[in-house]
Design a protein around this ligand. Structure first.
Ligand code: MEV
Length: 355
């Protein structure tokens, strides 16, 4: 048997531990305690992270099989997971938009439930403490839910000794995303899992989605502006589906233009023709207004960015509030657009796409 030695009682990790002996060394009194099992001393913990993202082209249209383009941003959500004794607990320490955490709590619980089920883990018999942090704020529209789903999935897998490839992490996060988006396309969790700039097309027949990595000459500065309106992606996605059903002719035309626009945008990005990318972003926002997912606050920030010289601006993500993104190549332009929004009291993120 091994023992734990302390020369002062207060130096012992747990003074209440069974004391076996004590003796005087001349300068100190040495106490001998019964030791802990080594497994008690080692605290295991699983860790994981997921990227935040902006959708540059095709949100909402992508749910219905139109291609979309998303870019991860260099902000991430980090998760730590530890086995405990008290069921599933969540400590969400992310910086968040006012009301975000409360409004998303039920969806967050459902998403973790879905995640565990997909991983084959019995939530009744498993106790885990999940802690969320990182530098990606939880604002609507920048992939906060997908980044957290990916981060938690990775952290649970590590804590429970499951070795999962990225493809499996992405599938599990997709199932978790259903709690937030109802019928998600898969673009958010793919960006959160793989990072980078991606071309995404949902396979509507249930097979694998198309996920292609795009590369551009160099990263481009963008400004993300937050309306501070917490949006419900599930309701926004369901609303578009309903209006599409009710108005097939109008929506077919808009969806067909969104498809052409995504193809043009891919070419413009690959040619590094940023003026054209910006122009197409503006046009994409027009389509999003037509399908009724923009709102006053988003339109206000988008116009402000354009007036300040942004190459293009549009809402990003589910809309109905949340965030917009403006293309502002170069630090100087990025700064002037960001400051114009801040002067009006909005919170912004200065990030890059295509990193
Ligand atoms: C949300 O970030 C993007 C949507 O297109 C939903 C989805 O694709 O899952 C609105």
């Amino acid at each position: 048997m091994s023992h734990l030695v302390a020369y002062k009682l207060e130096n012992c990790p747990s003074p209440s531990r069974e004391r076996i002996d004590e003796f005087d060394s001349g300068t100190h009194t040495i106490y001998l305690f019964k030791s802990l099992e080594i497994s008690d001393l080692m605290v295991s913990m699983g860790r994981g992270f997921g990227f935040g993202k902006v959708i540059l082209f095709g949100e909402h249209f992508v749910v219905h099989g139109v291609p979309g383009i998303a870019s991860a941003i260099d902000l991430t959500t980090e998760a730590e997971v530890q086995k405990t004794q008290d069921g599933i607990t969540i400590k969400d320490e992310r910086r968040s938009a006012k009301g975000y955490t409360e409004k998303k709590r039920t969806q967050q619980k459902e998403s973790i439930q879905r995640m565990l089920e997909t991983m084959g883990i019995d939530s009744e018999k498993t106790s885990l403490e999940i802690r969320l942090g990182g530098n990606l704020p939880s604002f609507s529209g920048i992939g906060a839910s997908a980044a957290s789903s990916v981060a938690i999935t990775k952290a649970i897998a590590e804590e429970l000794g499951m070795d999962l490839p990225d493809e499996r992490i992405n599938e599990i996060a997709y199932e978790a995303e259903k709690a937030y988006a109802g019928t998600p396309s898969g673009i958010d969790n793919s960006a959160a899992t793989y990072g980078g700039l991606i071309w995404f097309r949902r396979n509507l027949s249930g097979g694998s989605n198309t996920i292609e990595r795009l590369s551009i000459r160099q990263p481009v500065e963008v400004v993300i502006g937050n309306t501070r309106v917490v949006a419900n992606t599930k309701e926004m996605v369901a609303g578009v589906a309903e209006r599409k059903r009710e108005n097939p002719e109008k929506y077919d035309q808009l969806f067909s233009r969104a498809e052409t626009l995504a193809l043009e945008a891919r070419k413009a990005l690959e040619d590094y023709n940023l003026r054209e990318v910006g122009r197409l972003m503006n046009e994409n926002h027009g389509l999003l207004q037509e399908i009724e997912v923009s709102c006053e606050e988003l339109d206000y920030l988008i116009n402000l960015a354009r007036e300040q010289g942004a190459f293009g601006a549009k809402l990003t993500g589910g809309g109905g509030g949340g965030c917009m993104v403006s293309l502002t190549p170069g630090k100087e332009l990025q700064e002037s657009v960001a400051q114009a929004m801040e002067k009006k009291g909005f919170e912004v993120l200065r990030v890059e796409i295509g990193v």
